[in-house]
Design a protein around this ligand. Structure first.
Ligand SMILES: [Fe+2]
Ligand SMILES: [Fe+2]
Length: 178
């Protein structure tokens, strides 16, 4: 795993930071999607509420790790939030398949990174590893439930998937190097 660390910063510190910013992005995406879903996909509102509650919990877990380590939030934090609102609004407006496709694309990338993070941190940073393991199960659930909703899907999932997956990769790549 490539990272450009600051003096005195561990890989675990940096991963907690980047993931904390990512959870902020997820919160903003679901907040915006939920808002549009009341009109575009009312049957999804309850599920989006549940996902949103999970993401708030994830952010709190990573945030607690940052506090314990006396580390600040990531430089990308505010941009993750703003980007999340834009992405959540556009996909929320596009409707149910777009909402589900966004979650599938993001979680696929996030889960791959989180599993890799666990492999490099296991035995090196116990607290960071435990935090990640707690969160991975819920991210997997978001992925799986949304994959069912995408179904055959049609236009939006095919259009959204590569763009959102590439953006998620870019955010993580930048976060590890800024
Ligand atoms: Fe999350
Ligand atoms: Fe998630």
């Amino acid at each position: 795993m490539k990272a450009r660390l600051k003096p005195g910063e561990t890989l675990g510190d940096r991963i907690m930071k980047v993931d904390h910013a990512g959870e902020q992005g997820a919160i903003c995406i679901y907040t915006a999607q939920r808002w549009f879903a009341r009109w575009r996909a009312p049957e999804m509102v309850a599920e989006l509420d549940r996902f949103l509650a999970h993401e708030r919990g994830h952010k709190a877990l990573f945030g607690a790790e940052l506090t314990r380590r006396d580390r600040r939030r990531c430089r990308s934090y505010v941009w993750c939030g703003l980007g999340g609102f834009v992405l959540g609004s556009l996909t929320g407006l596009a409707g149910r398949h777009a909402i589900a496709a966004t979650t599938v694309a993001i979680e696929r990338v996030v889960l791959r990174h989180m599993r890799e993070q666990v492999t490099v941190l296991e035995g090196v940073d116990g607290e960071a590893t435990q935090t990640l393991v707690k969160i991975i199960a819920e991210e997997q659930e978001h992925h799986d439930l949304s994959a069912v909703r995408v179904g055959a899907g049609g236009f939006w999932p095919k259009a959204i998937d590569p763009v959102v997956a590439a953006s998620t990769e870019a955010v993580i790549w930048l976060g590890m190097r800024l």
